[in-house]
Write a protein that binds this ligand. Structure first.
Ligand SMILES: [Zn+2]
Ligand SMILES: [Zn+2]
Length: 327
């Protein structure tokens, strides 16, 4: 489909700055009407044949330059539940690139040239988001050792604790990148996205951008979210027992119950730059404006989703104190 402007016949696009549909030809707002495609291999605007990738759900006609959203890639099984519409606009993304790399000595002279920057495109990346409820029933022993010296005598104090935990956690929207082309590490670096801004899917938000449908079904990608939830359940458990010298588990029952799976699209600006036969890619988070480039960046330990811990953490600690004098 294309979103044709009723006033001039041009294609309306979703404008992140206005947060509205906008016709760049006649400056009309919210003037679009949907022209569906007859078949996926022809542009609904000009009729020219279009070549699209296996997973492409939105793109640009190379003949007329209009943005197309491919009906059959955003409906039925491929209809996303949620979309995070672009908030950070193209101009802001370009300014970000200029500002960040403008003064760098390594940047080739045409790196920030207008003609090169025309290749900045917005892409909606497919994600699955998984909800889980976890119950962690855990028991074990913990030891705390303290050493000190008094005169010629060295003392060691060993305290042994019996610990029990019963922790319930609701994990919401653990994200898994459902695009093979989009590097997982890059997506991790682009986090966090504020999921509160997710909206019910509407195809018009894709007009003006590129898009991909999920490459693999949700069930196939689920083990990755499952592993994350398990890992974070362990982390949450550990955070409830700080300060011990060693911890010896005796009972571990972690039950992870899958709840809901959401199919969502997240916005990314991409700038591909060819230099001496190599392609460099720069990404800007289409919501926050965070930029990821070729420089080394450490991944912060940020969870892009919420983990609500509730229920009391039952701590039953029986204490044995032994003071051993060592000569
Ligand atoms: Zn118009
Ligand atoms: Zn066309």
């Amino acid at each position: 489909m294309v979103f044709q402007c009723k006033n001039c016949g041009g294609t309306s696009i979703f404008d992140p700055d206005r947060q509205k549909m906008y016709c760049p030809y006649c400056a009309s707002e919210d003037s679009e009407s949907i022209v569906p495609e007859k078949d996926i291999s022809n542009c609904p605007a000009c009729g020219a044949p279009v070549q699209i990738g296996t997973h492409t759900s939105a793109g640009k006609c190379t003949s007329c330059g209009n943005y197309i959203v491919f009906d059959e890639r955003v409906t039925g099984d491929y209809e996303p539940h949620l979309i995070l519409p672009f908030k950070f606009g193209k101009k802001a993304a370009l300014d970000k690139l200029r500002e960040e790399f403008g003064k760098r000595a390594f940047a080739p002279s045409d790196f920030l040239a207008e003609s090169a920057l025309n290749h900045v495109e917005g892409l909606y990346v497919p994600f699955f988001m998984y909800d889980y409820h976890s119950d962690y029933d855990w028991a074990g022993r913990a030891v705390k050792i303290r050493k000190w010296r008094s005169g010629d005598t060295e003392y060691t104090e060993t305290k042994t604790f019996r610990l029990e935990r019963d922790i319930s956690v609701d994990f919401e929207r653990i994200p898994v990148d459902a695009s093979d082309a989009m590097d997982d590490k890059t997506m991790d670096l682009l986090e966090p996205y504020d999921y509160k801004a997710l909206e019910e899917f509407k195809a018009k938000y894709m007009s003006g951008f590129f898009g991909e449908k999920y490459n693999k079904p949700a069930a196939e990608l689920e083990p990755r979210a499952h592993a994350k939830a398990e890992n974070d359940s362990e982390e949450i458990l550990k955070s409830t027992m700080p300060g011990y010298t060693s911890i010896i588990p005796e009972r571990r029952n972690l039950i992870l119950m899958p709840k809901k799976t959401h199919y969502a699209l997240l916005p990314v600006w991409i700038y591909s730059y060819f230099y001496r036969g190599k392609m460099y890619q720069f990404h800007v988070n289409g919501q926050s404006g965070k930029l990821i480039g070729k420089m080394p960046i450490s991944v912060g330990k940020a969870w892009g989703y919420t983990a609500t811990v509730f229920g009391g953490v039952a701590i039953i600690a029986s204490l044995l104190v032994r003071i051993l004098g060592m000569f």
